[in-house]
Design a protein around this ligand. Structure first.
Ligand SMILES: [Zn+2]
Ligand SMILES: [Zn+2]
Length: 256
């Protein structure tokens, strides 16, 4: 029941972004190419979703239960009011996501997998689904340790996913959000213009703006960057050829 509610909210957020991209696109794209690109990324997202749900959700649940029975995690160190614990849990998990994302750029073998997300030449809402299965499995396995170490509950995890996914869809979307609104948004959370810089083909820009939900992590970590996104080129220069944009090419990207 809970899982289907989360899924419904995610599908609704994806649909809303797809519609807004059609109505107010930042970069104009030919409909046929847009559909082909979108379908490919959605297929990757569906395969990842099926494998992770089928193969790893029981392990994640076991980690949550172990953490509840053995209260060694950060959130158990002080007896705080429940809502404070939930808030700290959310913030701490978002910090973990920032650090994990930075590691994906700085550790060469992790970067091999993460390149699949960055080799997209036409970033839009579906890019939010374009991750190599290897990266998703590694991320899930590490969560098995992070969950008890932080003392995260199942409720914390569901709430984080519930907020994370629409935020990620929105900041990848090809929606022309007025700069004034974007600036206001990125005071608190990652905005489309902030994350577009992360998908630039200029290496110093690729290695910036790592945050997932709260933009503060990039400001604190000195990884925050801005630029005029209207002249941006997306992708990675070593994966410009069409062969790297096919499903097989994406699967082979870590070995390239
Ligand atoms: Zn990245
Ligand atoms: Zn991205």
């Amino acid at each position: 029941m809970l899982h289907s509610t989360v899924l419904m909210i995610q599908v609704a957020a994806l649909g809303l972004c797809l519609w807004l991209e059609s109505v107010v696109p930042l970069f104009l794209r030919e409909p046929g190419q847009r559909a082909q690109h979108g379908i490919r990324n959605v297929v990757i997202g569906l395969v990842n979703g099926v494998v992770l749900t089928g193969g790893f959700s029981a392990l994640v649940l076991a980690a949550v239960r172990w953490g509840a029975v053995h209260p060694v995690g950060l959130l158990h160190w002080a007896s705080l009011p429940p809502w404070t614990e939930r808030l700290i849990g959310f913030i701490a998990f978002d910090l973990w996501m920032y650090l994990w994302h930075r590691a994906n750029h700085n550790v060469s073998w992790l970067w091999r997998f993460h390149r699949v997300h960055h080799s997209d030449l036409a970033v839009d809402v579906t890019t939010a689904l374009r991750f190599h299965l290897g990266e998703m499995i590694l991320s899930t396995l590490l969560r098995l340790a992070v969950i008890p170490l932080l003392g995260i509950t199942l409720g914390d995890l569901v709430l984080y996913e519930l907020i994370l996914q629409p935020v990620i869809y929105f900041h990848h979307s090809n929606i022309a959000l007025p700069e004034r609104w974007d600036r206001l948004m990125r005071l608190a959370v990652v905005s489309p213009n902030m994350h577009r810089v992360h998908h630039s083909d200029v290496p110093v820009e690729t290695n910036s703006n790592y945050a997932s939900v709260f933009s503060v992590w990039d400001r604190l970590g000195c990884t925050y960057r801005r630029r005029d996104v209207r002249t941006i080129h997306y992708g990675l220069k070593e994966f410009l050829q069409p062969q790297w944009q096919t499903l097989v090419g994406l699967l082979r990207t870590p070995m390239a």
